[in-house]
Ligand binder design. Sequence first.
Ligand code: PEP
Length: 252
Amino acid sequence: MRTKIVAGNWKMNNNLDETKKLIKGIRKSIKKLPLENTRVIVAPTFVNLNSAVKRAKKSKIEVVAQNMHQAKNGAFTGEVSADMLKSIGIKTVILGHSERRTYFGETDAILAEKVTSAIENKLGVIFCFGELLEDRKSDNHFSVVENQLKKALFHLEEKNFKKIVLAYEPVWAIGTGETASPEQAQEMHAFIRGLFEKQYGKGVASRISILYGGSVKPANAEEIFSKPDVDGGLIGGAALKVEDFTAIIKAI
Ligand code: PEP
């Protein structure tokens, strides 16, 4: 059975007090939920990671980073390395979010380096990808997604995929209130699984968790998660409220 995952990407939200409060609230609200085979993840901003890790100890919440630099260390002002993340107890990093690609120039080539660095450092990766609205309108969404995956992930060995979770996030659905229909999500997730089967075989394809991201909220989570190739969600806006995030976890 594939691992189910609900991951909250907090982006550039929540100061230290707000971070503590949100972790406390989620901790309490999920305490009694049956979460076998399910990971609950939150990704606060870098400055609050250390505190979040401490506050999430001995709970079902995993704290992960939103990004990292590919280099080991050195003259990269403002950046954070894999080793720094590991030193405060971080075990997983989100890479390739569309906001990193759009606003910070992260290319597929850079992302391939980041993924390699994370794997070499024994970090898990939640790898995000997805097409723009114009790609979908021109019916190029499958080839865009295929290219993103080939360029950033297909240099890896089969065994590396134990550490990788995929997050399909159509850019037109992120933060827009517009969600891919459950059928559109399922269609793309099945396509992605097919690509992995072709490249790495049935084992990897059937084991890898594929999350959907893009305006998931309590009202639509259950229907999206009910699709056979959707193994959970990467949640932005709705991850910032305890009640909404909890409702989405309950939906899984
Ligand atoms: C995201 O940032 O990954 C995301 C899916 O955001 P939202 O849920 O707000 O669309």
